[in-house]
Design a protein around this ligand. Structure first.
Ligand code: F6P
Length: 528
C-alpha cells in the first residue's frame, strides 16, 4: 500500500524543513526582489499574495511535486464528472454541478444527467424569491412577507447565514433575515420575539429533515405560528423547506410545491449553492444569487484549467500542508478585515474541520501524518486587540489568512483606509517582527510569522462565490494529498446517534453508559 510519508518527495520536504527552519522570510525578499510578483496571483476579482510565507522557491517546487505525484488531477476530474469519490457513503460529490453555468451535462454513475433537475430547482427558486420580494407572495391575511427565518444547523445554516451577512449591502430593503440554529430555546425565543406571524416566512433547511435540533426548532416555530395565526391550514403560506426528504417535509405541513429539492450528492457544508441558498436568493435577489454561482463557477474553471503552479486553491493547499506536516503548525487562522465577513471564520471552520478532520485514509489505514488543522479566527481589527498578542510574541505558530475587500463603502473611506492599513501593518509586523528596545526582551517581537493576503476587488456576490469555491477546492486538494475522504462526517453522526439513544432511554435504562454520564443524567432527570 502507498505510504505518503515514505515517498521521495515527502522525505525531501522533511530535509528541506530542517535546512530552511532558521531562514527568515524577510531574507527571501532581499534575495529575490521579484518575490512578490512571482508569488502573487489574480483570479477574476481575487488577488492572492502568498509571498510572506516561510516557503523558499525550492520548497515550493517540492510541494508542487507532491501535488503532481498525488491523485489530484485524476480525483479532480472524477469529482467534476460525478464519479463516486465519497466512497464511505457511496456517493458522487457534485456541489460543482450546482454552479455549472455552462451547457455541459454532468452524469452520475447511473448515467443520468443531473443538470435538468438542477436547472428546474433554480427556476423554482427564481419564481419563489421573486414572488416574496415583490410582494406577490402573501401571508394568511393578505400581507406581504417582511421577515424570513431560516431554521437549520451546520451546513444548513452557516453558508446562507454567512453569505446573507456578507452581502448585506445587496439586501432587499423591506426584508429582514434571521437564522435560528441552536437547539437552545433562547435562540428561537429571541428571534420570534417581536415578529408578526402574518408577515413571517420560515424556511426549514435540512438536508435529511431528521436533524434533532432543526426539528425541535421547526416545531416550536410552527406552534408559535399556529397559536398566533389560529389555523393550521395557514402553515402552507408561511413554511417552506429546503430538503432531500420531501416526504418528511410534507408530513410537517409544508406544501409539496414549496419543498425545494436538493440531492444526496451535496454535502451539507457544500450546500449553499443549492436550495439551501434560498435565503440568499430572497435577500439579494435571484440575479445576485446567480452572480454568486457565477463567481464559484469561474473559480471551478480556474481550478480545472490552471496549471498546478499557478492554481490558487492548489497553492493555498500546498502551503497549508507545508505548515501542518512539516513546520508543526496545529492551527490556521482566518482573519477577515471586513465586518461583513464576520461569519466567514465559522463557515470555513466547518468546511475545513468537518471535511479534513479524519485520521483513517481511503484505504482504511490509520494515517501517520497530521491532517486538517484547527481553523479559527475572527474579524480584524478586533482580533488585533484580542488574540494577536499571542501570535506576535507567544510560543505558538499559526499561519494566518488575511482577507479584505479593496473597495471602500461610500462615505466611509477613512474607515476603510484605516482597516486596510491595519491589516497590511499586521502582515508586515508578523513577518518582520521588531527588535526595538530589546534590552529587556519583553518588547521584542520575533517575527518570521507567515501569512497570506487575499484581496477582493469588492465584496460582491460574484467575488464571494469565488472566495468560497476557492476554499472548498483548497480543502479538497489537501484531502486528496492526505488520501482521506473529505466528504463524510462519521464523527458527527456518532454524536447524533448517542444523543438520540440518551433521550429515548433516559427514563428506562441508561445502565450501560459510563458512570460519569449516568451520574450527570441523574442530575438532568431531576429537572424533567
Ligand atoms: O454537522 C453534521 C451535519 O450532518 C452537516 O453535514 C449538516 O450540514 C448538518 O449536520 C445538518 O444536517 P441537515 O441538513 O440534514 O439537518
Amino acid at each position: 500500500m502507498f505510504q505518503l510519508t515514505r515517498s521521495v518527495t515527502w522525505q525531501a520536504l522533511q530535509r528541506l524543513r530542517d535546512e530552511t527552519a532558521s531562514d527568515r522570510i524577510s531574507d527571501y525578499f532581499r534575495a529575490d526582489p521579484q518575490r512578490f510578483d512571482k508569488m502573487s496571483l489574480r483570479v477574476g476579482g481575487l488577488f492572492l499574495d502568498y509571498s510572506k510565507h516561510h516557503v523558499s522557491g525550492t520548497v515550493l517546487n517540492r510541494l508542487l511535486e507532491l501535488a503532481h505525484h498525488s491523485a489530484l488531477v485524476q480525483r479532480r476530474a472524477q469529482m467534476f464528472s460525478g464519479d463516486i469519490i465519497n466512497v464511505t457513503e457511496d456517493r458522487p460529490v457534485l456541489h460543482t454541478a450546482l454552479r455549472n453555468l455552462g451547457d455541459t451535462p454532468v452524469h452520475q454513475a447511473d448515467g443520468r444527467d443531473v443538470m435538468p433537475e438542477i436547472r428546474a430547482t433554480r427556476e423554482q427558486i427564481r419564481q419563489f424569491s421573486e414572488a416574496v420580494r415583490n410582494g406577490e407572495w402573501k401571508g394568511y391575511n393578505g400581507k406581504r412577507i417582511k421577515d424570513v427565518v431560516n431554521i437549520g444547523i451546520g451546513g444548513s445554516d452557516l453558508g446562507p447565514n454567512m453569505a446573507c451577512r456578507a452581502l448585506l449591502n445587496y439586501k432587499h430593503p423591506d426584508l429582514n433575515f434571521h437564522f435560528v440554529s441552536n437547539v437552545d430555546g433562547t435562540h428561537i425565543q429571541k428571534v420570534l420575539r417581536g415578529l408578526d406571524p402574518a408577515t413571517t416566512l420560515f424556511i426549514v433547511s435540512t438536508k435529511t429533515f431528521s436533524t434533532q435540533e432543526t426539528l425541535i426548532n421547526a416545531r416550536t416555530a410552527r406552534r408559535w405560528f399556529v397559536e398566533q395565526a389560529g389555523d393550521e391550514a395557514d402553515i402552507g403560506a408561511h413554511f417552506v423547506a429546503a430538503s432531500t426528504n420531501r416526504k418528511a417535509a410534507t408530513q410537517f405541513g409544508i406544501r409539496e410545491e414549496n419543498v425545494f429539492e436538493f440531492w444526496a450528492w451535496v454535502g451539507g457544508r457544500y450546500s449553499m449553492w443549492s436550495s439551501i441558498g434560498l435565503p440568499i436568493a430572497l435577500s439579494i435577489g435571484f440575479d445576485g444569487f446567480m452572480e454568486l454561482l457565477r463567481g464559484a463557477f469561474e473559480m471551478d474553471q480556474h481550478f480545472i484549467e490552471a496549471p498546478l503552479e499557478a492554481n490558487m486553491p492548489v497553492l493555498m493547499a500546498l502551503i497549508g500542508i507545508w505548515y501542518i506536516n512539516f513546520m508543526g503548525a496545529e492551527t490556521h487562522a482566518i482573519v477577515p478585515y471586513d465586518q461583513a465577513l464576520h461569519q466567514l471564520p465559522s463557515f470555513l471552520q466547518q468546511l475545513d474541520m468537518e471535511s479534513n478532520g479524519k485520521s483513517v485514509d481511503i484505504f482504511g489505514q490509520q494515517v501517520n501524518y497530521k491532517t486538517g488543522p484547527i481553523v479559527w479566527g475572527q474579524t480584524g481589527s478586533n482580533g488585533q486587540h484580542a488574540f494577536f498578542q499571542l501570535l506576535h510574541q507567544g510560543t505558538r505558530y499559526a499561519p494566518i489568512d488575511f482577507i479584505a475587500s479593496l473597495k471602500p463603502e461610500p462615505g466611509f473611506e477613512d474607515h476603510h483606509f484605516a482597516l486596510l492599513t491595519n491589516m497590511l501593518a499586521q502582515a508586515n509586523a508578523f513577518m518582520e517582527g521588531s527588535q526595538e528596545g530589546s534590552r529587556l526582551k519583553h518588547d521584542s517581537c520575533p517575527g518570521n510569522r507567515p501569512s497570506s493576503v487575499l484581496l477582493l476587488d469588492a465584496l460582491t456576490p460574484r467575488n464571494l462565490g469565488a472566495l468560497i469555491a476557492l476554499y472548498e477546492h483548497k480543502v479538497f486538494v489537501q484531502g486528496v494529498i492526505w488520501n482521506i475522504n473529505s466528504f463524510d462526517q462519521w464523527g458527527v453522526q456518532l454524536g447524533k446517534r448517542i444523543a438520540g439513544e440518551i433521550s429515548e432511554r433516559i427514563d428506562t435504562n441508561v445502565d450501560d453508559f459510563d458512570a460519569s454520564t449516568q451520574g450527570l443524567l441523574h442530575l438532568v432527570r431531576q429537572h424533567f
